[in-house]
Design a protein around this ligand. Structure first.
Ligand SMILES: Cc1cc2nc3c(=O)[nH]c(=O)nc-3n(C[C@H](O)[C@H](O)[C@H](O)COP(=O)(O)OP(=O)(O)OC[C@H]3O[C@@H](n4cnc5c(N)ncnc54)[C@H](O)[C@@H]3O)c2cc1C
Length: 465
């Protein structure tokens, strides 16, 4: 058997522990097994080393160590990458989960938050002051990945993407420098980290603009899924004022205790609605949705914004395939075809998720951030669970066929919902001029492509010479 004689030593950690205040974990050590997993099922990662920095100097030390040793580097915040990009076998995982500081300036309605904080953790903290910023639909998603990719959730139409509320950030770039970036300082890097994902460095903290939001009016609404109800739901969501954002899952009904058992397994509309305006006006704003059909469950009411995040099981690691896309809409014919496809599938869970965009998302210029899809009207995710390796290809085929039924010719994609799909799909996330500009920024800030375990934009060759 070969033994390692590289400069990193047999543990894979070399002298890294001596450079860090935070912990450095290798196989066999306490905490290694607990730290090495990610959300995506079907993965069993064994990094050579997991480094858990506690400050910017630690992050810079890990980045420098990766540069010197040439070991692959994965950057992890909440671990929700759909491509398991935040881990790597036999490489270095830069695990930011000990960076947890949150400083809220209540009067200024801004916050500095470190990138190891999750959406749920920050939301709970901000709620103590009646403040909020829009993240996604899930509390355990990490800010590191969510914010650098965009952030599309329940406040999107009212307040924009999370990056539209980003004022500044601290970024450790590939050369080990810690840079404070904002609209005036290093504006190109500030542009790139607003949608360009983890390509440009490790963000250690974000400064976010917060909105006053002591309560929202919303929650889950389950309706029978007819083609008319699906198309009607989307039309109502597009016509609604910006205060109303929604995430609509057309899916087989899980065995939820608040839905009659006779409905479990049948295809339903399971939507979460969020009215971020005057709570008194909530019932009237949601009436067009509730009135589409006799609800199978109606949990809509006044609540804290954070209550829209569902309860979570940390041991949930589904085997899932998915495809993300952008649409111009879903008419009755398309809705009918999609319902037939959902009926025909034997996947334990299959879903078409629809998010109506527009509102504040569409009022930002496509050139202002690296999220270019400002005029796209609907984001869709087609997803299915599979039973094991032997079942994956069939479910992948179903995903592709079902996506084709929805296709309205918008070729874009949202980077944070991509799985491991190759360069063409990364280019779909960053069309045309956005790709060129990101590649040029990459050549400036990461010319050797140290940060490549991500939805990768390689440095442009013309810029690197
Ligand atoms: C259940 C679930 C629900 C989701 N819902 C939504 C949603 O509603 N809206 C939405 O917009 N997205 C959503 N997403 C997608 C999510 O935003 C992305 O998967 C995101 O990348 C996850 O961030 P993370 O920090 O948890 O992931 P990680 O796996 O830790 O990181 C993913 C990638 O982000 C980069 N990265 C992480 N931390 C940093 C950092 N500090 N600095 C620079 N780069 C970094 C790295 O390239 C890393 O590979 C969801 C994902 C899941 C699994």
């Amino acid at each position: 058997m070969a033994t390692s004689t590289t400069s990193t030593g047999t543990s894979g950690a070399g002298d890294l522990a001596g450079r860090l205040t935070g912990r450095v974990l290798t196989a066999g050590e306490d905490g290694y097994d607990a730290a090495r997993g990610v959300m995506l099922g079907g993965t069993d990662p064994h990094p050579a080393v997991i480094a858990r920095p506690v400050d910017d100097a630690d992050v810079a030390a890990v980045v420098g160590y990766a540069r010197e040793t040439g070991q692959p580097l994965a950057v992890r915040s909440g671990g929700h990458s759909g491509a398991a990009h935040s881990t790597v076998d036999d490489g270095i995982v830069l695990d930011l989960r000990d960076l947890k500081r949150i400083d809220i300036d209540v009067d200024a309605r801004t916050a500095w938050v470190e990138s190891g904080v999750t959406a749920g953790e920050f939301t709970a903290e901000a709620a103590k002051h009646g403040l909020a910023v829009g993240f996604g639909d899930t509390g355990s998603v990490g800010l590191g990945g969510l914010v650098t990719g965009g952030g599309v959730g329940y406040l999107a139409r009212k307040h924009g993407l999370t990056i539209d509320n980003l004022i500044a950030a601290d970024v450790v770039t590939a050369d080990g420098q810690v840079r404070r970036v904002d609209a005036d300082t290093e504006p190109e890097l500030f542009w790139a980290i607003r949608g360009g994902g983890g390509n440009f460095g490790v963000v250690t903290r974000f400064q976010l603009r917060l909105a006053e939001l002591p309560q929202v009016y919303g929650g889950m609404l389950v309706l029978p899924a007819t083609a008319e109800a699906v198309a009607g739901f989307l039309a109502a969501a597009e016509e609604a004022p910006d205060e109303l954002s929604s995430i609509i899952n057309v899916m087989n009904c899980p065995p939820m205790p608040f839905v009659d058992a006779s409905v479990h397994g049948s295809i339903v509309i399971m939507a979460v609605l969020c009215w971020a305006g005057d709570v008194e006006q909530g019932p009237a704003a949601l009436a067009p949705f509730v009135g589409l059909a006799e609800p199978l469950a109606d949990m809509v009411g006044p609540k804290a914004y954070g209550e829209l995040f569902p309860p979570e099981d940390p041991d949930y690691h589904p085997l899932a395939v998915a495809r993300t896309m952008l649409l111009d809409g879903v008419d009755v014919d398309r809705a009918k075809a999609v319902l037939d496809a959902l009926e025909s599938s034997d996947a334990a869970l299959r879903a078409v998720q629809l998010r109506v965009l527009g509102g504040a998302v569409s009022r930002v210029s496509p050139h202002a951030t690296a999220y270019a899809h400002r005029s796209s009207r609907v984001m869709a995710n087609v997803a299915a669970f599979y039973d094991g390796p032997g079942d994956k290809a069939a479910k992948q085929r179903w995903i592709e066929e079902t996506s084709a039924l929805l296709d309205t010719g918008d070729t874009g994609a949202y980077v944070n919902f991509l799985t491991d799909e190759g360069e063409d799909r990364v280019r779909a996330a960053y069309p045309g001029a956005t790709w060129e500009r990101l590649a040029a920024a990459k050549a400036t800030y990461d010319p050797e492509n140290l940060f490549r375990r991500n939805q990768n934009v390689p440095p442009s060759r013309s810029a690197t010479g």
